[in-house]
Design a protein around this ligand. Structure first.
Ligand code: PA5
Length: 349
């Protein structure tokens, strides 16, 4: 069997031809810049609070909404991934479109439908047709520039979404200093120059080649588990899945038996914020999976508080997926399968 390439060998980074490592390393700075940009968001004075918020978006632009839904806010927030809004979204809702390119057809369709239903609307994007349509309709438009793919712009899409919710009176402003300190700590431990012996991202990635990572999270970290799954897919070009506790204890655990020797590895995201019974469940679930012969790994958050835990674990997961890409022998950046599907659909009109 060929020896596995080492993540401490500078040569392996030649695979990263488009510089995903630099984009990931830029995450703390991106969060800081995004917070400054968010402070300049201006919204019309809405007469009353909306009954709920629907964020329409897909993929790397939708995950910001899932994360925001795990944080304290005044009204329910749902993520709409698709062409149509749920029937209950009416003029009492605020609908926010989140699309990096501004050209994602599902997002454009759902946002247009929100206009027909008389919802208040805001667009967050780098441009595209979404910016044009929001401009033509005189809607609040939160724009940003970023030279990288949507999934690497999560600091921007999330902080701008949180800023929009703050400006709409739907959540309090947060002190980002402890969040940034935790993210910077993860950045310094996980960067490529940090050797495998003291680099938790390299260590975890080293356990995953040839396996299907299934990431488990609960409460505010369920969305982070979903983010890890997406990053394993897009960066490492790997099958991956995610599960939410306690729900997984009511179905997923039964499936640990077949197929025999399934090449899965569980990654459990830990939190100091979990309900005590959820923490017990995490330990019991790990024990069950290990008894069934499945490797179990942990993702440990840095710092305290939901947003700090979220972003420190998002950053850890980004690095793990990056290193797994390199161990899989692939360039983390290109996503030809997504582009092919978008082109195929565009050809259909
Ligand atoms: O990561 C990606 O590139 C995708 O998941 C995109 O985010 C998704 O296709 C939606 O595109 P956009 O973010 O431009 O709306």
């Amino acid at each position: 069997m060929a020896a596995r390439a080492s993540l401490d060998d500078p040569g392996i980074y030649e695979l990263d031809a488009e510089g995903m490592g630099e984009l990931i390393a830029g995450f703390p700075g991106q969060v800081r810049e995004a917070a400054e940009l968010a402070a300049s968001i201006r919204l019309p004075g809405y007469r009353e609070l909306p009954r709920g918020v629907a964020v329409v978006g897909m993929g790397g632009s939708a995950i910001a909404a899932d994360l925001a839904a795990g944080l304290p806010r005044q009204v329910p927030l749902l993520t709409v991934r698709g062409y149509a809004l749920p029937p209950f979204v009416d003029q009492s809702y605020l609908v926010i479109a989140s699309s990096h390119s501004g050209d994602t057809e599902e997002t454009l369709a759902a946002f247009a439908e929100a206009g027909q239903r008389g919802c208040a609307r805001v667009a967050i994007t780098t441009g595209g047709r979404l910016a044009e349509q929001a401009g033509d309709a005189g809607l609040p438009l939160v724009t940003y520039s970023y030279a990288g793919p949507p999934r690497a712009a999560l600091g921007l899409s999330l902080l701008l979404l949180l800023g929009t919710l703050e400006r709409a009176g739907l959540r309090p402003a947060v002190d980002l200093a402890p969040v940034l300190a935790a993210v910077e700590e993860v950045a310094s431990r996980c960067r490529p120059e940090s050797p495998s012996g003291s680099n938790p991202a390299k260590q975890l990635a080293g356990e995953l080649p040839g396996r299907i990572p299934i990431t488990y999270g609960a409460q505010h970290l369920a969305a982070v588990a979903r983010r890890w799954k997406g990053q394993f897919n897009e960066n490492a070009k790997s099958f991956s899945a995610w599960e939410e506790l306690p729900e997984a204890d009511h179905n997923a655990v039964v499936g640990y038996e077949h197929p025999r020797r399934a090449p899965v590895s569980l990654i459990l995201l830990e939190s100091q914020e979990y309900h005590p019974r959820v923490a017990l469940r995490l330990a019991a679930t790990a024990e069950l999976a290990a008894e069934r012969g499945h490797p179990v790994h942990r993702g440990r958050a840095q710092g305290r508080g939901p947003l700090t835990e979220m972003l420190s674990l998002v950053h850890l997961g980004d690095w793990v997926s990056y290193y797994l890409a390199l161990l899989n022998g692939v360039d983390p950046t290109p996503i030809p399968a997504i582009e092919r599907l978008k082109a195929a659909l565009a050809d259909q009109g």
